[in-house]
Each structure stands twice: as structure tokens, then as C-alpha cells.
Design a binder for this molecule. Structure first.
Ligand code: SAM
Length: 220
């Protein structure tokens, strides 16, 4: 019911706070033209990721769920000269679009896309990469509990972990929900409740992407 005003307010904030970003505008256009679903983070959320990575001084970021690289680009922009972002994507088609978008954004030196099921590629990172200081989980939601377990294995002490889409229009509170994504979020929260290695909160959001929210935590 309030979606119109949420959208208008988001658009107002974008106009005031994130104006004239042809690179990111072209990413969304390229994604649309390639037929990708528009399930990327919104501009204000992308900028939040960027600001958090800056505040953290992140040097080695892991993203699970690349799509067309919209959030990857926001995050990679926060990296220092020698910083790296590794992003995991199951779809060759999505990865191809993301690769081109990342080249257009001149971030190809900093970003590596690894194609495959994240649950298959995550174990390889333990050997091949240093520990991550910032992890953004935004792939298939039913696997969220598994992704959090991997994130905790791959994170350095003090790392920031963010999990997107944990409110799902409020459906997260329904214990008996048969929706696999809701179940994934609820299992994620159960895991957080019982795992003392991460200090966490959750924030509800409204805006261009509807009513949703994210979990944010710091690894001890
Ligand atoms: N983070 C992106 C952004 O904000 O621009 C949006 C990511 S989109 C919500 C989720 C992505 O995860 C999709 O591109 C999808 O193909 C990918 N995905 C789904 N299941 C996956 C899996 N098992 N392993 C890796 N990626 C997966």
C-alpha cells in the first residue's frame, strides 16, 4: 500500500545523494537488455554496502550471488588499490553479463567471478584465498544457513557479514511457512541464535525493492 511513497522517497534520495553515475545506470540497462531479473540491491542499498566496506577498510571481499555485478561494483569501488573482491555465481549467463559490466566499470583487476554452485566453489576458497574481511550473502535463499557456515569458516576476526533479503514482506515471522526462502532465512536466524562466533542485528527496509531487510554481523 505504501510502495508509491517508498519508491518516491528512494528516488529523491538517489537524486540527492547518488546522482549521475552513468556506469551503474548502464549496468542496470545492460542487465535489463540481457534479460536478467532486476533483483539487484537498490542504489541506496548498494551505496550502504560501499560505505560499510569503506568504514571497515575492507581489503578482501567475498560476495555470494553476482547476478550482473551491480552490488559487486559498489563493493569493489570501496576497495583500496590492492584490494580484491571474489564473487560467486552459478549462472554462466549472469557471469558473462557481470564480467562485461565490471570491465566497463574498470574494476576487472580487482574482481574475480567464480562460476559454479556456491556450495561447490566455497570449499576451494579456503586454500586459494586469504581470509575475507567482508562477506555479502545474496544468492539462493534456501542455502542461507550453509552460506553462513561457510562465511564463518572463511572470515577473519572482525569481519563483517551481511545477508540480504531476510524480511521477505514480513513472511519471516511465519513458523509454518512452506516457502523455501523463508525457511532458509529462519534457519539462518536459528543458527545465529546458537552460534556465539558472530554478533548480529537485523534491519527492516522499505524502498524501490519493496519491504525487506538484512542481517548484519561482526565475527568475533
Ligand atoms: N548481489 C546481486 C546484486 O545485488 O547485484 C544480486 C544477486 S541475485 C539476488 C542472486 C544470484 O545468485 C543470481 O544471479 C543467481 O543466479 C545466483 N545463484 C543462485 N543460486 C546460486 C548458487 N547455488 N550458487 C551461486 N550462485 C547462485
Amino acid at each position: 500500500p505504501n510502495n508509491v511513497i517508498w519508491n518516491d522517497v528512494d528516488e529523491y534520495f538517489v537524486e540527492k545523494l547518488i546522482p549521475n553515475d552513468p556506469i551503474l545506470e548502464n549496468v542496470l540497462l545492460a542487465n535489463y537488455q540481457a534479460g536478467l531479473p532486476s533483483i539487484d540491491v537498490s542504489p541506496t542499498q548498494g551505496k550502504l554496502l560501499y560505505l560499510l566496506a569503506k568504514i571497515k577498510g575492507a581489503k578482501n571481499i567475498l560476495e555470494i550471488g553476482t547476478l550482473g555485478g551491480y552490488s559487486s561494483i559498489w563493493l569493489a569501488r570501496a576497495l583500496p588499490e590492492d584490494g580484491k573482491l571474489t564473487t560467486l555465481e552459478i549462472s554462466h549467463e549472469h557471469a558473462k553479463v557481470a564480467k562485461q559490466n565490471i570491465i566497463e566499470a574498470k574494476l576487472q583487476e580487482k574482481v574475480e567471478i567464480i562460476i559454479g554452485k556456491a556450495l561447490d566453489t566455497l570449499p576451494t576458497l579456503k586454500e586459494s584465498k586469504p581470509l575475507f574481511d567482508f562477506i555479502f550473502i545474496d544468492a539462493d535463499k534456501p542455502n542461507n544457513p550453509h552460506y553462513l557456515k561457510w562465511a564463518l569458516k572463511l572470515a577473519s576476526s572482525g569481519a563483517l557479514i551481511i545477508v540480504d533479503n531476510v524480511v521477505r514482506n514480513g513472511e519471516v515471522i511465519y513458523e509454518t511457512s512452506q516457502d523455501e526462502s523463508v525457511k532458509g532465512v529462519r534457519e539462518l536466524l536459528d543458527l545465529i541464535t546458537t552460534d556465539s562466533r558472530i554478533d548480529t542485528t537485523a534491519i527492516q527496509t522499505v524502498g524501490l525493492k519493496g519491504y525487506d531487510g538484512f542481517v548484519i554481523g561482526v565475527v568475533k
